[in-house]
Design a binder for this molecule. Structure first.
Ligand code: PEP
Length: 242
């Protein structure tokens, strides 16, 4: 399976930040190698510009969220159809920051994932337990419930990102055994062809070990995706696939 390394810029990035992607492409000697995929999810303000500018270098562009409807009276929201129109190929849905900051539950996440599929794009559906869940030994139960509630029944391509909430932006990561256990569990619930990303404090120093775990088919990277010099070694740490 071809690994997918996705960068989530969150609410970071102005027009000047596009230079980071130019630096990244220079490090790749002009284009992302064929044996891996890279997607950058910048703020919505940069999606169209970046999708146009980087269409030849195999850098794919994604949105960070979308509304479940195609259009309508939803001031400030953006639809999957609009992201598609702007050149996006992927959309992150259900990120824990959306679940926490905007009260998005599994049903909302599933509706958004369906909207992404309807627009012809690939959803990156995020799931993950809190620290309290893990300490209580409930990590698998919680993630199982999130998968049941958030993942649409579809033959179309979807991507699942396992992101323990307590590992996001903290510098903490689960043990390799815990990542392996969770990814094996998720694999048992989704089809063989679905790529499973690990996310949560992936850095150059831990990427190789994490990306070598069975059923880890890539990474969703936040902070370390903002600078080319941090992101490039993570992309290259993934074992190549076809
Ligand atoms: C994320 O926001 O999806 C994420 C994984 O962030 P970080 O890599 O900074 O922990």
């Amino acid at each position: 399976m071809k690994p997918l390394i996705a960068g989530n810029w969150k609410m970071n990035g102005l027009a000047a930040s596009i230079a980071q992607i130019e630096s990244l492409i220079a490090k790749f000697d002009g284009a992302v190698p064929d044996d891996r995929e890279v997607v950058i999810c910048p703020p919505a303000t940069l999606v169209a510009t970046m999708a146009t500018q980087f269409s030849d270098e195999a850098i794919q562009i994604g949105g960070q969220d979308c509304h479940a409807n195609t259009n309508g009276a939803h001031t400030g929201d953006i639809s999957a159809a609009m992201l598609s129109d702007a050149g996006a190929a992927f959309v992150i849905v259900g990120h824990s920051e959306r679940r926490a900051d905007h009260g998005e539950n599994d049903a909302i996440v599933k509706a958004k994932a369906k909207a992404v599929l309807l627009a012809g794009l690939t959803p990156i559906i995020c799931v993950g337990e809190t620290e309290a869940d893990r300490k209580a030994g409930r990590a698998l139960d919680i993630v199982g419930m999130q998968l049941d509630g958030s993942v649409p029944d579809t033959e179309d391509e979807i991507v699942i990102a396992y992101e323990p909430v307590w590992a996001i932006g903290t510098g903490l990561t689960p043990t390799i055994e815990d990542i392996a256990e969770m990814h094996n569990f998720i694999r048992s619930k989704v089809s063989q062809g679905t790529r499973l990303l690990y996310g949560g404090s992936v850095k150059a120093k831990n990427a190789e070990e994490i990306l070598a775990v069975a059923n880890v088919n890539g990474a969703l990277v936040g902070g370390a995706s903002l600078q080319a010099e941090d992101f490039y070694p993570i992309v290259m740490a993934a074992p190549g696939g076809s």
